[in-house]
Design a protein around this ligand. Structure first.
Ligand SMILES: C[S@@+](CC[C@H](N)C(=O)[O-])C[C@H]1O[C@@H](n2cnc3c(N)ncnc32)[C@H](O)[C@@H]1O
Length: 250
């Protein structure tokens, strides 16, 4: 597994409470499993926010995450939900998932790809996802880039969530990163995210050997914003091409 700075370790035990309000993507990702031969692969699976509803819907899941602490909570959550036997939990990274075989679905929910720092890593992760897919299989993921309105409304200000979490976003125009500070129940961390505009992501997806099937601006199928910011929800199908352009990246 590649070297990994675990920004989630300090907040693993409050992650579920922090994300309690994030539910709009669950039907989308559970729906993605329809018609697929099990197991479903989820990369960057965290504490099981998506893997557990998938297992509850009757699908076997391979859930991969590099964070020991997040995987530990996933294990506990899955047992508690009575679906421990359906979820195969593995240590692995987006760049090197470390699993064998090919599958019908690879899911990368909740902006996890924003942890990748540059196009080299983005293409390597997309190539790794592609290598896990049977021909014709689907990759589903979502990412985000801050809108100008987001930046104006939140730059450098603490925001109090219903969950009790305090969050502060700093949008760094110089290096393009978004730094999210999270504080809750005495836990604190800073997540360093690397957003990119929608068109950029879609180009990378095609370069990595996928056809883009849908590219939405939200989970209800709305349009992507014209400036390429906001949410981007992608379903892409592995093409028959065997060569990807990943090797040609800097
Ligand atoms: C926003 S959470 C998403 C977790 C889960 N998929 C969900 O929807 O709640 C991001 C997850 O990505 C994982 N992560 C961070 N960097 C990663 C990397 N380079 N490769 C794989 N996973 C990574 C973290 O450990 C964390 O569990």
């Amino acid at each position: 597994m590649a070297e990994h700075v675990d920004e989630y370790a300090p907040i693993a035990d409050i992650y579920d409470a922090w994300c309690l309000e994030v539910v709009e993507d669950i039907p989308h990702y559970v729906g993605m499993a329809q018609g697929a031969e099990a197991p479903i692969v989820e990369l960057a699976a965290g504490t099981g926010r998506i893997a557990i509803p998938l297992a509850e819907a009757g699908y076997d899941v391979i859930a991969v995450d590099p964070s020991d602490a997040m995987r530990e909570h996933l294990r506990t959550n899955a047992e508690r939900a009575g679906v421990g036997a359906r979820i195969d939990i593995r240590a692995g990274d987006l760049l090197d998932p470390g699993i064998e075989g090919t599958y019908d679905r690879v899911l990368i929910p909740f902006r996890s790809l924003l942890h990748l720092r540059d196009d080299h890593e983005r293409l390597a992760a997309l190539a790794a996802a592609r290598a896990l897919l049977a021909e014709g299989g689907y990759l589903a993921f979502d990412v985000f880039a801050p809108t100008p309105e987001d930046i104006d409304a939140t730059q450098g200000r603490w925001h109090h969530r219903d969950s009790g979490a305090k969050e502060r976003a700093d949008w760094h125009r110089d290096d393009g990163t978004t730094r999210i500070e999270v504080e809750m129940r005495g836990r604190t961390t800073t997540l360093v995210l690397h957003p990119a505009p929608a068109d950029h992501w879609l180009g990378l997806v095609e370069d990595a050997g996928f056809d883009v099937i849908t590219a939405w601006g939200d989970f209800a199928g709305g349009a992507v914003r014209g400036d390429g910011t906001g949410d981007l929800v992608v379903i892409a199908q592995r093409t028959g091409r065997t060569e990807t352009n990943a090797a040609a990246t800097p």
